[in-house]
Design a protein around this ligand. Structure first.
Ligand code: F6R
Length: 612
């Protein structure tokens, strides 16, 4: 959600800023802009639309500056337009700013500044912030650094900002609260970005800036301070990221690349964690807090979007295997609804990016109340990963397609490992039952590959449904979250209005939608619900819905109702959802392609939702 980049060093700034914005485009793509310091002035160029439009404008210019900043926007305040695109000048044009986040009290500050004669060209909170800083500097006759500190103490909300100044031609000022900021250390050069993807090509040594810190960045010096003006020693981290993982390679789209990576990403999540011989699951994060896990009476899972669907799956399997009550909450609801949390309770945040603002804030509240925070996170070193007491990394690799695919199967796999470990600690099921799941887990990557190898069948299915305005996804039990996630993927990538429902619940409303034009996808692998689910299939069949069934191999029953059956390999019933979501991801992908849509960057969406 909004991407920021900055460069200060020995080379020209433009190539890094442009490339960096392209790498971060998944974070926001309604407009973009850049600012460079050139001989006593700041030159800003911005454009509505994709980065390629900004690139066209920039390529006709001469570039000499070695200090620059760039921004790709996901609109919060003000419609997407050239006027509202970042960067923004201050009124004197001596300062320029880019910002990821939201300044909540901007309206009142704006009014005060307008009364003092400040003019605004945009509707944004960001333009207010840079003028607020300038005003403090002018009125108090203080340095830019001090006025920045004063301003940051007075604003409410979230921010990651970069500022350049005509009076400081050798410095980029940066600050963060709630929105991510990474600084790469090069040779007399610093690379700045919202995440490590623009940086990894140039250096593997980075510093993750923490909340309430200001960075004063020169080409050969980096000073970190807190808002109280105390200097902080920067902690250098080595990036565990390869450039190949953030390139499309042979693929046209990240979405297909990431779907097809799933045999490997699920394998990476399992790697070194299964011990069939000793019937054990190796998860050091759980082992460290074993007593607390043994005694806990309640688990709460919080997450947003796709990760929330993984949370529902987590509830089903943890309650089945470990016999502990599990609540699943949207992080955005949890943080405001005054939930009951007691010392010793366990809170499991699930997040791909590790930066989702609602999840982050909800964790902070639960942590204060004494909960143990056990994260299921993909991005190592992310803000959420850093505030958890312990957790499991899903090891899904960088996910760039805005619609989450491989991160979801990583989350489900991590939840299975967690559940088995907890069941072992609680002795809630027999070792034999655990070994059965481990046995099936070991062949899961090969089974996922088998599904991907049959993707042409899903392409043909897509051709039959892509013109539909609505769709329904129905599943029961462990595959109820698959129905939710399948529908979300279709909605996001194709703009078809799709609803996911527990199959039996469909009779209480959605059945009114059913007619011969409505594609209805049933997720129907062999499990305890299958017989009941077939009654629901008959109900839709009687109303002439266009039935698609995801069934297990050898389930010939499905063919009685439709020719549109996609077979997935047989597995343990709790693992079926890791297989059954793959054809649904592919179906959405192919429908999106048939509709000539940008499947990697669906309209209005952003990858990492760092505003509430
Ligand atoms: C959907 C999708 C979103 C995210 C949600 C949470 O395809 O990607 O719904 O799942 O924004 O993001 P994370 O998992 O990064 O906290």
């Amino acid at each position: 959600m909004c991407g920021i980049v900055g460069y200060i060093g020995t080379d020209l700034a433009f190539p890094f800023v442009l490339k960096g914005l392209k790498r971060l485009e998944y974070r926001g793509y309604d407009s973009s802009g850049m600012a460079f310091l050139n001989k006593n002035q700041i030159d800003i160029t911005k454009s509505v639309g994709k980065i390629s439009q900004l690139e066209d404008l920039m390529l006709s210019k001469t570039h000499t500056s070695k200090i620059g900043i760039g921004h790709t926007r996901w609109a919060t305040h003000g419609e997407p337009s050239d006027r509202n695109a970042h960067p923004f000048y201050s009124n004197s044009k001596k300062l320029a700013i880019i910002h990821n986040g939201i300044i909540e009290n901007y309206a009142i500050i704006k009014k005060e500044l307008q009364n003092k004669g400040f003019q605004f060209e945009s509707d944004t909170d960001t333009e207010v912030l840079i003028n607020f800083i300038e005003n403090i500097q002018q009125e108090n006759q203080v340095s830019l650094e001090k006025s920045l500190r004063i301003a940051l103490q007075k604003i409410r909300g979230a921010y990651c900002i970069l500022i350049i100044s005509v009076d400081h031609p050798d410095t980029i000022f940066a600050a963060r609260k709630g929105s991510p900021l990474v600084i790469g250390i090069g040779n007399n050069t610093h690379y700045i970005a919202s995440d490590a993807s623009p940086i990894v090509e140039f250096t593997k040594e980075v510093i993750y800036v923490n909340d309430y810190q200001i960075a004063i960045i020169k080409s050969d010096e980096l000073i970190l301070k807190n808002l109280g003006n105390e200097t902080i020693t920067p902690q250098i981290t080595k990036l565990d990221l390869e450039i190949t993982s953030i390139d499309k390679g042979i693929y046209d789209d990240f979405m297909l690349k990431e779907i097809e990576e799933q045999p490997f990403t699920v394998f990476d999540c399992l790697r070194g964690r299964l011990d069939f011989k000793n019937c054990n699951i190796k998860l050091s994060g759980v082992e460290e807090f074993e007593q607390q896990f043994k005694q806990t009476q309640k688990i709460t899972i919080i997450a947003c979007g796709t990760s929330w669907h993984a949370g529902i799956y987590g509830k089903y399997i943890i309650e089945t295997f470990c016999r502990i009550p599990v609540e699943v909450d949207y992080a955005s609801e949890y943080r405001y609804r005054n939930p009951i949390i007691k010392k010793g309770d366990i809170l499991i945040p699930i997040s791909q990016s590790g930066e989702t603002a609602d999840t982050l804030t909800a964790i902070e509240a639960a942590k204060k109340d004494g909960a143990l925070i056990f994260g299921i996170i993909n991005v190592a070193g992310s803000s959420i990963a850093r505030i958890c007491h312990a957790g499991i990394y899903t090891h899904s690799g960088v996910e760039i397609g805005v619609a989450s695919t491989k991160a979801y199967t990583g989350q489900l796999t991590a939840l299975v490992l967690f559940t088995l470990k907890l069941a072992l600690i609680k002795e809630s099921i027999s070792k034999q039952q655990i070994l059965e799941v481990i046995d099936h887990l070991q062949i899961l990557p090969t089974q996922i590959q088998k599904i991907i190898d049959q993707k042409d069948q899903l392409k043909s299915m897509a051709e039959k449904i892509y013109a539909a305005p609505n769709m329904l996804y129905l599943g029961r039990g462990f595959n109820f979250p698959t129905a939710l996630e399948g529908a979300l993927k279709m909605k996001e990538v194709t703009y078809i209005h799709a609803e996911g429902y527990p199959a039996a619940e469909m009779k209480h409303g959605p059945i009114a939608l059913v007619n011969e034009n409505l594609p209805v996808v049933f997720i129907a692998p062999k499990d305890n619900y299958l017989e009941k689910l077939y009654s629901n299939i008959q109900e839709i069949n009687a109303r002439k819905g266009k039935i698609i069934i995801i069934a297990n191999e050898q389930d010939t029953n499905a063919l009685q109702y439709t020719n549109e059956v996609f077979y997935i390999p047989n597995s343990h019933e709790i693992l079926n959802p890791i297989l059954s979501i793959i054809p649904l991801q592919l179906l959405s992908y192919f429908v999106g392609k048939l509709k000539h849509l940008d499947v990697d960057k669906p309209r209005n969406l952003a990858k990492s939702v760092t505003v509430e």
